[in-house]
Write a protein that binds this ligand. Structure first.
Ligand SMILES: [Zn+2]
Length: 187
């Protein structure tokens, strides 16, 4: 009986050891394979992961919902050519919302002519509008602006804007949709 108990215990110990080693190998291998990847693809993947957390839409659904230009800008952090977008020279009164999720982003009362060929604003509608994160791509140190609700890439923010904030939110038209204000419609 005693011998059998020892045998069972030994078998358990061996099983645990094998299982433990397998676990160790798994956890060790993951960071190793991650560090072997290119830093850029790792950051893109992290961004996708982050975006995935905040939205239930799949990439295929996004492709269906958006035009190729809207998809390129909001999902792949693309930039539209200046002076080509729908809103760089647009002067309607209302609110600019996220083209993907409808989150209110910028009011027409904060839009100004920056001369850059992209719609420019000196501040977002509210604290829930956008989030800002460092962007070191293309050899530049910039601050990316994304929709706080769905993570869509919108553009960048620079510190050379007009008063009262001194900020210039340089946004792609393709990331925006415009909702005309009720007063403006009544006029
Ligand atoms: Zn959004």
């Amino acid at each position: 009986m005693g011998a059998m108990r020892i045998a069972v215990l030994a078998a358990c110990a061996v099983t645990l050891q094998i299982w433990g080693t397998a676990c160790d190998r798994r956890t060790c291998q993951r960071p190793e394979s991650e560090s072997q990847r290119q830093p850029e693809s790792a950051s893109v993947e992290r961004e996708r992961e982050e975006m995935g957390k905040r939205t239930t839409k799949t990439d295929a659904e996004r492709k269906k919902q958006l035009t190729p230009e809207q998809y390129h800008v909001t999902c792949q952090s693309g930039t539209e050519a200046p002076f080509t977008g729908e809103y760089w020279n647009f002067k309607g009164k209302g609110v600019y919302v996220c083209v993907r999720c409808g989150n209110a982003l910028f009011g027409s009362d904060t839009k100004f002519d920056s001369g850059t060929g992209w719609p420019s604003y000196f501040k977002p509608v509210s604290a829930d509008s956008v989030e800002e994160r460092p962007d070191n791509s293309h050899g530049m140190k910039r601050t990316e602006v994304a929709c706080r609700k769905c993570g869509a890439h919108l553009g960048h923010v620079f510190e050379d804007g007009p008063k009262p904030t001194g900020l210039r939110y340089c946004i792609n038209s393709a990331a925006l949709d415009f909702k005309e204000s009720a007063e403006s419609k009544a006029e």
